[in-house]
Design a protein. Structure first.
Length: 95
């Protein structure tokens, strides 16, 4: 089982490839991603909001796109997307 960092562009492709080689196929994809902005709506510029959206939404799309060919081979494929704001306490380490 792999946990990937979505900010590392090749990681999601490598993770899917690794899962396929270890498992022989995919039946389930669970995307769990979430970061929050460093402050409120008025405290941040567009670059900060693009970072948040890139991880919370676009990152999931990237992983789905990489996994979809394998998932389409499964008779019981499922995709679960979870995005959270609970990552807020960890923002101090995010730069």
């Amino acid at each position: 089982m792999s946990v990937l960092t979505l900010g590392m562009m090749p990681a999601y492709k490598l993770g899917v490839a690794s899962a396929l080689s270890q498992l022989g196929g995919l039946d389930v994809l669970v995307n769990c991603a979430g970061i929050g902005a460093k402050g409120g709506v008025c405290d941040n510029n567009d670059d900060e909001w693009h970072k948040v959206f890139d991880v919370n939404a676009v990152g999931m799309v990237r992983v789905i796109r990489a996994a979809l060919p394998a998932l389409l081979q499964s008779p019981a494929a499922s995709i679960v997307n979870v995005s959270l704001i609970a990552a807020t306490p960890c923002l101090g380490s995010r730069r």
